[in-house]
Design a protein around this ligand. Structure first.
Ligand code: NAD
Ligand code: KPL
Length: 303
């Protein structure tokens, strides 16, 4: 199986370098010919692991190349997913599979609606990576990736490539439950870390605020048919806060670095779903308003 990877950022580069290292055929898809030229000038992707940098000359194309794509890893941010996949939709084969690495929810359905013939496979990852240069990624936190197809529980044969590449993963029939649970954890933690300008552990000083959000999040999860994802949510949020006390949440990092957040696919999505079900979630709604005001005051997008 030949992998094409669209989105040469942190996670896309991390996957590409490890697949290439395991001799799995992989091609990076870059936004345009200018990006392709600058990639080729650098000679490939650099992966930094435990302070050690290795260069992988992964082949690359621009999205307007015409060769067919059978297996695509979509590794851009949730707010870019639809447009990015549209740029290569005409290249997807009739039996194409598309792995969706986006955090939060909402973008997966939008992509699937654009690609009615493709098998869309959402993924949820706890791996951590960041860019410290163009086409250069630091593997900052070992984690695990869950993948699944909500419409078809049969695992794809190419999971063996992930095994060979040392990408820790699991095929799950309940990927939606996984995504909802991670979304709920993110909503209970990330916006508050931005508003209180603190590390995750700083939320230990705001137990009532966190507990109230968990209660409303559980209500929304039940309404959308995800009771398992609601189980012991408050306890799990406390566990994550303790386990990651010294870290800044991904949303805090985005805001601190002046980057657009994925708010519409996280807290924004939960509030929109609650509204669709006529479910009042005043604390989540107020949190969203405060977060949007904070982003706006910093000149960042509120969507
Ligand atoms: P990133 O911003 O580092 O990389 C995204 C890349 O996609 C960028 O290089 C961007 O230029 C590219 N891109 C966007 N639109 C494009 C288009 N139309 N054509 C071609 N390229 C395009 O993002 P990331 O950190 O790798 O995150 C990707 C997703 O994975 C996000 O939803 C994020 O929340 C999730 N995630 C990230 C991490 C992490 O540690 N980085 C961990 C877990 C989940
Ligand atoms: O995933 C996270 C993030 O920072 O995005 C955790 C660590 C769970 C905090 O919500």
């Amino acid at each position: 199986m030949h992998w094409h990877i669209l989105g040469a950022g942190s996670l896309g580069t991390l996957w590409a370098a490890r697949l290439a290292r395991a001799n799995v055929p992989v091609t990076l898809l870059l936004r345009n010919r200018q990006r392709l030229a600058s990639y080729r000038q650098g000679g490939g992707l650099t992966l930094v692991e435990q302070g050690h940098a290795s260069l992988y000359p992964v082949p690359a194309q621009s999205v307007d190349d015409t060769s067919p794509i059978r297996l695509l890893l979509l590794a851009c941010k949730a707010y870019d997913a639809e447009e990015a996949v549209a740029s290569v939709a005409h290249r997807l084969s009739s039996d194409a599979e598309v792995v969706l690495l986006q955090n939060g929810m909402g973008s997966q359905d939008a992509v699937a609606a654009r690609l009615p013939r493709a098998r869309c496979i959402p993924a949820s990852s706890t791996e951590g990576a960041f860019r410290d240069g163009d086409f250069r990624v630091v593997f900052a936190g070992h984690g695990h990736t869950w993948l699944g197809d909500p419409l078809n529980p049969t695992p794809p044969a190419w999971l063996a490539d992930l095994q060979n590449a040392g990408i820790s993963h699991e095929w799950t029939p309940d990927i939606l439950g996984r995504l909802w649970r991670k979304l709920a954890l993110n909503c209970a933690i990330n916006p508050l870390t931005v508003l209180h300008d603190c590390r995750n552990g700083g939320l230990l000083e705001h137990p009532a605020e966190v507990a109230t959000l968990c209660a409303e999040l559980s209500e929304v999860l039940h309404l959308c048919g995800q009771p398992d994802a609601a189980e012991h949510l408050a306890e799990d949020v406390q566990r994550v806060i303790h386990a990651t006390a010294a870290n800044y949440s991904s949303m805090h990092q985005d805001v601190a670095q002046g980057r657009r957040t994925e708010i519409s696919y996280l807290l924004g999505h939960v509030c929109a779903v609650a509204q669709r079900h006529n479910c009042t979630v005043p604390h989540l709604q107020f949190l969203l308003q405060r977060l949007q005001a904070e982003l706006s005051s910093k000149g960042l997008s509120t969507t």
